[in-house]
Design a protein around this ligand. Structure first.
Ligand code: HEM
Ligand code: NAG
Ligand code: NAG
Ligand code: NAG
Ligand code: NAG
Length: 519
């Protein structure tokens, strides 16, 4: 939808020039005629050029856009409706591209564990990611280099690092939410609060104190410009000459240079005491001896910033909203803190958080119901057969997995739409790696058996998220600290609906909750 709105604005600008009243008559007739021809061609194309072996295609009326509007208004309904018609595997058209969605646990496994020779993540994400992250990292390099980059990053997510991070996140959280404090409590925007808090905590921990120190001045604006360039429109219209694209490119260079300068300073001052991600990326080498340069490090740091910001901040927001909806859980979380730590005043530690099972399950259940990433894409580079079927998915299509579809499927989760963290007491967790675990170069991830887990908010296979442990530490620490400070309730508007038109699914704004200080 965001794509469409921006596109329409562009067309309106153009239309302003064309709308000279003296040309009206002929312009209208020509336009109508062109439209009719386009509509007829679109329909004929769908009937005549049907590939017998390809998966069934969702019919559409609007040329080029195809099912884009239908899909982005509510992808869950769109998938459910067409699944009833066509089964688990079908193709739909959006913005001139064909997407073959593979639903169900077999669909998830197919996409997540597809062979490199068959599908490519780079080909699908590159137009979006390379201008923001920069060259030489993530999707702008061969897959084996990405696997090594993930190993470098994983190295910066050790338990020792997390032990250092927890008190820092607690401090940032207390500091941030102090501003809400007054005698009576009130109503506040948690969405904005979480976005600001997560960038503060991530910069304090992963990015480093130097970045945290300039967060309020320059970095926040740079982040904002990068984020504006990390939208669905950038994926589909990489060539548009929009001002936001220019701001994105300039912010990219400045941000990268900031990281490189910090690295330079740390080297010059022989600073080796840092425990953050930047430090661990400063001194890495690829297995074949190729150095991982400071520029590469700067680019990868931007990638981590972008990968971890909205994912964590929307998840933390939904987490708070679900707690506000189920206040008895807040009481139980405080009880759990007392059980583990002896008191709700004792300092939170990483080791204590690990023992807080209910808190863990609250995050897990939040991510089951409201995963921030709902469409996982790979571009087909060689025609590929969907296992157990006759369907050949053509080269050039995108295959899409939708873990959300299985995560809210009654077949796997009883009362699927109900927020029930206790269900995880008896269910298989995502990180429980079976005997078929695979190492793609950055540590073991669940193999095909694991990719059939119906709940996969962090994906599976070679592209699986490496930020999961950090995300859990960050969100758990924030929630645990927050419930110590405030009691919360939903407002009369209830739980917000998800907005699927955003790159990362977020609650429809405004997102407010009612809060009361505990002390
Ligand atoms: C709640 C938080 C998060 C969620 C739900 C999440 C989700 C995901 C998913 C679904 C993927 C797989 C994408 C694909 O297969 O195409 C992924 C990959 C990744 N994520 Fe996360 N993520 C989160 C937080 C983070 C954080 C905090 C970081 C870094 C600090 C991070 C870094 C990455 C990286 C580097 C990849 C690998 C991309 C690849 O190999 O292609 N994520 N994440
Ligand atoms: C507390 O916050 C509420 C809502 O934001 C506000 O209406 C009220 O005036 C505040 N009270 C004090 C003492 O500042
Ligand atoms: C850093 O270490 C090098 C070599 O050990 C030394 O020459 C240099 O003076 C040190 N720099 C600082 C600022 O301590
Ligand atoms: C960087 O790596 C080299 C070689 O592995 C090592 O000798 C050096 O001490 C490392 N420097 C830092 C700052 O970690
Ligand atoms: C966490 O639980 C384990 C096992 O019950 C226990 O040995 C450990 O002391 C606990 N740690 C904390 C910090 O509560």
């Amino acid at each position: 939808m965001a794509v469409i709105v921006q596109l329409v604005q562009g067309i309106q600008g153009l239309a302003g020039k064309l709308l000279d009243p003296s040309n009206f008559g002929s312009i209208i007739t020509t336009t109508l005629l062109a439209l009719v021809i386009l509509l007829v061609v679109t329909q004929l194309q769908q009937v005549l050029f049907k590939d017998k072996n390809a998966p069934p295609e969702v019919h559409y009326w609007i040329p080029y856009l195809g099912s884009a509007i239908d899909f982005s208004l509510n992808p869950i309904e769109f998938y459910a409706k067409n699944r009833a018609k066509y089964g688990d595997v079908f193709t739909y058209t959006m913005v001139g591209r064909k997407f073959t969605v593979c639903l169900g646990v077999e669909g998830n496994n197919f996409v997540f564990n597809a062979k490199l020779a068959d599908v490519s993540a780079e080909e699908s994400y590159k137009p979006l990611t390379t201008p923001v992250f920069g060259k030489g990292v993530v999707y702008d390099c061969p897959n084996h280099m990405l696997m090594e980059q993930k190993r470098f990053v994983k190295w910066g997510m050790s338990n020792d690092a997390f032990r250092a991070y927890v008190p820092q996140i607690v401090e940032e959280t207390e500091d941030y939410f102090k501003r809400w404090n007054n005698e009576t409590g009130g109503r506040a925007d948690v969405f904005t609060a979480m976005a600001e808090l997560i960038i503060n905590t991530a910069s304090r921990t992963l990015m480093g104190p130097e970045i945290r120190a300039i967060m309020d001045e320059s970095v926040a604006q740079l982040y904002h410009d990068l984020d504006d360039g990390f939208q669905p429109i950038n994926m589909f219209f990489e060539w548009l000459p929009l001002p936001s694209y220019a701001r994105r490119d300039s912010a990219h260079v400045k941000m990268r240079n900031i990281f490189m300068k910090v690295i330079e300073q740390r080297r010059a001052n022989n600073e080796t005491h840092h425990t953050d991600m930047l430090q661990s990326l400063m001194n890495q080498t690829y297995k074949d001896g190729t150095p991982f340069t400071d520029k590469d490090a700067g680019h990868l740091m931007i990638a981590l910033l972008m990968a971890g910001q909205h994912t964590s901040s929307t998840s933390a927001t939904w987490g708070l909203l679900y707690l506000a909806q189920n206040p008895e859980l807040i009481e139980r979380l405080l009880e759990e803190q007392k059980d583990v730590l002896g008191s709700v005043d004792a300092p939170l530690t990483f080791d204590a958080l690990k023992n807080m099972t209910l808190l863990d399950n609250v995050v897990r259940e939040t991510l089951r119901l409201r995963p921030p990433i709902i469409m996982i894409l790979r571009k087909v580079v060689r025609p590929v057969v969907f296992p157990g079927s006759n369907y050949v998915i053509p080269k050039g299509n995108y295959v899409a997995a939708s873990p959300l579809a299985t995560q809210v499927d009654e077949q796997y989760f009883k009362d699927a739409m109900k927020f029930n963290p206790d269900r995880w007491d008896s269910l298989k967790k995502e990180e429980d790696i079976g005997d078929d675990g695979i190492d793609f170069g950055f540590g073991k991830v669940a193999g095909a058996g694991g990719a059939r887990n119906p709940s996969l908010p962090f994906g599976a296979g070679r592209h699986r998220c490496i930020g999961e442990p950090f995300a859990y530490v960050q969100i758990k620490t924030i929630l645990a600290t927050f419930v110590r400070m405030y009691d919360i309730r939903l407002t009369e508007k209830g739980l917000p609906e998800p907005d699927f038109t955003k790159m990362f699914v977020q609650p429809k704004l405004p997102v407010e909750i009612d809060y009361k200080p505990r002390k």
